[in-house]
Write a protein of this length. Structure first.
Length: 83
């Protein structure tokens, strides 16, 4: 898609979208190519898959930690109710 096409779908300015895309390009998640006057944006599937795997590992870690915290808080609440 062109940057303009992407910007039309969001409530951000063209410049705001361009800045977000610049960050994604710098991270290697997308690439930009020129087609005439337009810049065309496309995803880098392998990089996106690697990013997904990275965040999925952290998702599992944080879900485990939050489950442990939930269990602790529930047991603490039960102890207070017994008093």
């Amino acid at each position: 898609m062109s940057i303009g096409s992407i910007a039309e779908q969001y409530k951000l300015t063209f410049a705001g979208i361009a800045k977000h895309l610049e960050v994604l390009q710098h991270a290697g998640l997308i690439r930009k190519t020129r087609r005439g006057k337009e810049q065309i944006v496309s995803i880098e599937p392998l990089a996106l898959a690697a990013a997904y795997d990275f965040f999925d590992n952290y998702k599992q870690l944080w879900e485990q930690r939050l489950d442990s915290l939930d269990n602790f808080l529930q047991s603490t609440a039960k102890q207070k109710e017994k008093r």
